[in-house]
Design a protein around this ligand. Structure first.
Ligand SMILES: Cc1ncc(COP(=O)(O)O)c(C=O)c1O
Length: 290
């Protein structure tokens, strides 16, 4: 397998790939990204990732020069060139290249990067043991600043600081609340809780990325006859839950066993969580072949 980067049509080895110094995301964080998994020689949920990206481009006013279909076939072609069976695609689209905040200063097409690499976020034993989480001091942005549903590069600066805070306190992830104190999401994952057999996750209006893994899990659980509600939650709901787990493209589905040093349920991964992990792993056998 080769780690490589397609940047505006030019393919280079990962170590040699360069972006223009005045790229608008490099200067201002003015770009969008997707992290996408490759499982068993197929791209997982590619259309869902591209739908989210292309809606983000529309919202941000990026003048996309590639259709969604062209983007899809380019990604599949780059995966083929990388000869990869399991890995991670980092897809970035930025407004373009220009110095100056004003979007009118950008006269180029958006810059597009497709990076093919690998990613293992947590060691395998964490999926058995479960993850400890703390509530970070960082709140998610209000919807009238930057809607958290946008996977905008710029907003990740405070997610990185929140993650650092969690790691410094010995936790694997940091829970982020919204400005009203309701649960939103973790620094790079969505959160689910289970109480009396019923599954709950915060509603997207609470300030979260509507994760592709989150939506996949909701669909799989509902198809399996489980009740899933998207609603408003506080830390109390998490601490009084029987089980909890986190979802994300990088983390996949991982049990959460404590919040702020208090065990959730009996402090061990629960039976429904284990079933969700099983269903998710089975689902990774469906994808777009390249
Ligand atoms: C802030 C945040 N929330 C949730 C997620 C999970 O989203 P997805 O399942 O689409 O990867 C991510 C993933 O990158 C994220 O960065």
């Amino acid at each position: 397998m080769a780690k490589l980067v397609w940047f505006n049509g030019v393919v280079s080895p990962l170590e040699e790939a360069m972006v223009p110094a005045a790229d608008h995301a490099h200067l201002y964080g003015d770009g969008l990204f997707e992290g996408i998994r490759i499982y068993h020689g197929m791209v997982f949920k590619l259309d869902e990732h591209l739908d989210r990206l292309y809606f983000g481009c529309k919202f941000m006013g990026f003048k996309m020069h590639m259709t969604q279909a062209e983007m899809k076939s380019t990604i599949l072609d780059v995966c083929k060139q990388a000869e990869i069976t399991d890995g991670y695609i980092r897809l970035n689209v930025t407004r373009g290249t220009a110095l100056g905040l004003d979007p009118k200063a950008v006269k180029t097409d958006p810059n597009v990067m497709i990076m093919i690499s690998t990613l293992a976020l947590y060691p395998p034993e964490m999926y058995e043991k479960g993850l400890e989480v703390i509530t970070t001091s960082f709140r998610v942005a209000r919807p009238d600043t930057l809607d958290q549903r946008l996977k905008c590069i710029g907003r990740y600066s405070y997610h990185i600081l929140a993650k650092e805070e969690a790691n410094k306190k010995g936790a694997g992830e940091g829970l982020m609340l919204n400005m009203e104190g309701f649960v939103a999401e973790c620094t790079g994952d969505n959160i689910f809780i289970i109480k009396d057999g019923k599954i709950r996750t915060p509603h997207p209006s609470q300030g979260l990325l509507e994760g592709i893994t989150r939506n996949t899990v909701i669909k799989l659980c509902r198809e399996a006859g489980m009740e899933v509600t998207e609603d408003i939650m506080t830390r109390y709901d998490i601490l009084s839950a029987d089980e909890a787990f986190l979802t994300g493209t990088a983390a996949e589905v991982i049990p959460m066993i404590s919040l702020d040093d208090r065990p959730i349920g009996d402090g061990k991964p629960g039976s429904i969580t284990k079933k969700v992990i099983e269903m998710f792993r089975a689902e990774t056998h469906n994808g777009t072949k390249f």
